[in-house]
Write a protein that binds this ligand. Structure first.
Ligand code: HEC
Length: 152
C-alpha cells in the first residue's frame, strides 16, 4: 500500500512538473499540440502582420504567421508558453514548410528561451531544438525577442 501511494505521488509530481516547464521539448509532441489539441489555424495574427504576406529568404516567397494567446499579447519578451507558427509557401502559393518558435522559460536563456522547429507540411520534423542557423539569423531581431515580424 505504501509503495502504491509513493508511486502515485511520484506520478503526480511528474505530471505537474510537465505541465509547468517543458524543459526538454519534443518536436512530435509540439506538432501534435499545434495541429490536434490547439489547432494553430484558429489562432490570431499579430495585429501588424495579418494573413498572407510576402516573405524573404530562406523561408519562402509567401508566409502566414499565427500566434497563440501568450504570443499575441503585445510587448517583448513574450511569456513562457508563447508559440508562433509560420506557414511557408512557394511561388505557387503551395504550403512548403512550417517553422515554429516555442518559448520555454529556462530552455535557452542565451537566445530568448525559444525552442525552434521546422516541419514538412505533413508533420515530419526537419530540424528541432536550438539550430544554429535559426538562431544566428533571428539574432538580428534580438531587441524584439528574436521575432522578425515585429510581433505586436
Ligand atoms: C537567414 C535568415 C533566417 C533563418 C536562417 C531563419 N529565419 Fe525564421 N525568419 C526570418 C525572417 C526574415 C522572418 C520574417 C518573415 C519572412 O520574411 O519570412 C522569419 C520569421 C520566422 C517566424 C515567424 C516569427 C518571426 O520571427 O517573425 C518563425 C516562427 C521562424 N522564422 C522560424 C524559424 C526557424 C524554426 C528557423 C530554423 C529552422 C528559421 N526561422 C531560420 C529569417 C530567418
Amino acid at each position: 500500500m505504501r509503495k502504491l501511494l509513493v508511486g502515485v505521488a511520484v506520478t503526480l509530481l511528474c505530471l505537474c512538473g510537465m505541465a509547468q516547464a517543458d524543459m526538454n521539448p519534443d518536436p512530435d509532441a509540439l506538432w501534435e499540440r499545434i495541429v490536434e489539441s490547439e489547432p494553430y489555424r484558429q489562432w490570431a495574427f499579430f495585429p501588424d502582420h495579418q494573413g498572407m504576406q510576402e516573405g524573404s529568404a530562406p523561408h519562402g516567397l509567401y508566409h502566414i504567421v499565427y500566434a497563440n494567446d501568450v504570443a499575441v499579447k503585445a510587448g517583448h519578451p513574450k511569456g513562457d508558453g508563447a508559440v508562433i507558427v509560420k506557414e511557408n509557401y512557394n511561388a505557387d502559393k503551395e504550403l512548403a514548410a512550417i517553422t515554429v518558435m516555442y518559448k520555454v522559460e529556462g530552455y535557452n536563456p542565451e537566445a530568448g528561451d525559444w525552442f525552434w522547429a521546422k516541419y514538412t507540411p505533413d508533420g515530419t520534423t526537419l530540424m528541432a531544438g536550438k539550430p544554429k542557423g535559426c538562431i544566428a539569423c533571428h539574432t538580428a531581431a534580438q531587441s524584439t525577442d528574436f521575432i522578425m515580424v515585429s510581433g505586436h
